[in-house]
Design a protein around this ligand. Sequence first.
Ligand code: 6PG
Length: 255
Amino acid sequence: KDRGDVRIHENVDELATDLADYIAELSEISVKERGFFAVALSGGSLISLMGKLCETPYNKTVDWSKWYIFWADERVVAKNHADSNYKLAKDGLLSKVPVVPGHVYSINDSLSAEEAANEYGFVLRQLVKTRTVDVSEISDCPKFDLILLGMGSDGHVASLFPNHMALEENDEWVTFITDSPKPPPERITFTLPVINSASNVAVVVKGANKAEAVHLAIDDLGPECPVSPARMVCPKNGKLVWFLDRAAASELEAY
Ligand code: 6PG
């Protein structure tokens, strides 16, 4: 199975520059083709790795007014809580560029995890109707222009953890968990059908503690391969790109 385009960078700075180039280019293509750029972010180190987008030339060339920003996963905490992915992005990256505040999705933090997942699914359905978010020709799922994922050392992506039932959710676009092994425990997350319906998926990974998980997610290990959520990322009609630093790539066999 094709594991996508693997881009290995000598250091985190080069990785961040390549990532900014990649995002800026996809944004330009989507705005030209569809009039919008629907992008989903993840939490963790990804947001700071995207920091170059706030610098020249990107802060000038990117058409921020056309960006619609979503979360591949979000923690079910108050919007101003330190654990909120929304807060992390809003106070950092998004405070430095002219995104339209109403174009940045945030969960309704008065709801339970289950209700928040349902509401997110509802909002996505409205935006798919207006084609602010495109629709997949094959699955009826939203077709994000870009979904950006990080990966944990256990191979989790978004809030899809190894051996968790959420990995099997095929009907809903958004599901919830209340037992995340990585705190905080309550989270909502895109399901695999949504991730795998995107036009572009990028998995951004740095650090030696992720090297084994990168190996399990990308190398061809045959039928004995342990189940890794990151390995289940396999866009059906889209492109998959891995952004790795040298340390994260150090156990890859094929490179
Ligand atoms: C989250 C995430 C999660 C994250 C990985 C990697 O909200 O926790 O979306 O999937 O991307 O755990 O995080 P790090 O890059 O910080 O290790």
